[in-house]
Design a protein around this ligand. Sequence first.
Ligand code: 5GP
Ligand code: ZN
Length: 109
Amino acid sequence: MDNCIFCKIANGEIKTDFVYENDKVVVFKDINPLAPIHLLVVPKKHYADLNEIDDKNILAELLNAVKEVCKKEGIKSYRTVINTGSESGQEVFHIHVHILSGKKLGSLC
Ligand code: 5GP
Ligand code: ZN
């Protein structure tokens, strides 16, 4: 999708170090971390948000990538967050799963 920052990161147009990558998903560090560990799990295919995903395999790929990257990085306790819609706090309209870890996390909102 034109002018989508996460499409540009996922397709290599914007050079980014990936913590994890497979054929469907990339994982990279959040530019503005809210915890000592803050990763973003992003599908290579553009979907604006969770409501737009019409392929159950992508949902499985996203959560499986969460598990795989946490295993690879030795992250044992973590929170996952998916914001959907601007009222939830979503700012980048290419779906992504936040992984937050590395400190005792507070309440959800
Ligand atoms: P949202 O609020 O949409 O759920 O989360 C978007 C996240 O993307 C924010 O935590 C923000 O810091 C992160 N972010 C926005 N632009 C960039 C970028 O260009 N690079 C990286 N690594 N993270 C970004
Ligand atoms: Zn995109």
